[in-house]
Design a protein around this ligand. Structure first.
Ligand code: ADP
Ligand code: MG
Length: 247
């Protein structure tokens, strides 16, 4: 579903030069639930921004379903739904408008948009808030509105950059169940999160990125072998990047 080949992203130049992503290669199989982990500043969001056209790769190549995200931007992007870490939206739009504009952008006809939006609003319990401007929504409702917007065109690949930050426990658990369902129905999902129990519960593939480089990659089973939790394994790898995943 997604192939990243030697992706590098450099911000700035001269003494302000910062290599945010450094020659990353990753393969995400169709149908997988892929966890991208790493400390703050590791390069997770930058990688996601390169996949979704928010940032331009400095070098390397990204293919979504075989389509180059730079050369075939529109078609490649239409296969992806993104819920970004920052709320990159017009704060004066309502959840309903956000989904409607995004559906329109992807060419969904009016009737189809309405059907999709009604279903998403119902699923994310946004009925009472469908016409409330984004700015006035609580953190959890904002996240759900962003998720609805990401899903309106039924993308093959859903990318969630810290989707549960600021979401309460009950809502988080509900979101987990929804994401499991969506994945079971065939949507490939890439998730970044600092909640490692979330990653352990949901993901079947995991990659750890640190200082812009992939420092570990494998199946969840490989990560937790020997009775460790993903969190224990993660801390071990981050504190000593030289430990191979399978030893
Ligand atoms: P993560 O999502 O893993 O926390 P980011 O990808 O947001 O990390 O950031 C990686 C590095 O790139 C950080 O050092 C960050 O400050 C820097 N960075 C991110 N976006 C920009 C930008 N637009 N301009 C300059 N530097 C950036
Ligand atoms: Mg980030």
């Amino acid at each position: 579903m997604l192939e990243i080949k030697n992706l590098t992203k450099v911000y700035g130049a001269g003494k302000n030069k910062l290599v945010a992503v450094d020659t990353i290669s990753l393969m995400v199989e169709r149908g997988s639930f892929f966890g991208l982990l790493g400390p703050n500043g590791a390069g997770k969001s930058t990688t996601i921004h390169c996949i979704t056209g928010i940032a331009e790769p400095t070098s390397g190549q990204i293919l979504i379903d075989g389509l180059d995200v730079v050369k075939d931007y529109k078609l490649a992007r239409s296969k992806v739904g993104l819920s970004s870490q920052e709320f990159n939206t017009n704060i004066f739009n309502t959840p309903e408008q956000l989904m409607d504009y995004m559906g329109g952008y992807y060419g969904l006809k009016k009737d189809e948009r309405k059907r999709r939006i009604d279903a998403l609003i119902k699923r994310f319990d946004l009925e009472k808030h469908r016409s409330v401007i984004f700015q006035k929504l609580s953190g959890g409702l904002k996240r759900r509105a962003m998720l609805g917007r990401a899903l309106v065109h039924q993308p093959d690949l859903l990318i969630l950059d810290e989707p549960t930050a600021g979401v309460d426990v009950a809502q988080r658990k509900d979101l987990w169940e929804y994401l499991k369902e969506l994945n079971a129905q065939g949507t490939t999902i890439i998730l970044t999160s600092h909640y490692l129990e979330e990653i352990e519960y949901l993901c079947n593939e995991i990659a750890i990125i640190n200082h812009g480089r992939i420092v570990a990659e494998g199946t969840k089973a490989e990560f937790i072998q020997g009775g460790k939790s993903v969190e224990e394994r993660y801390l071990e790898i981050i504190s000593n990047e030289n430990i191979p995943l399978t030893q």
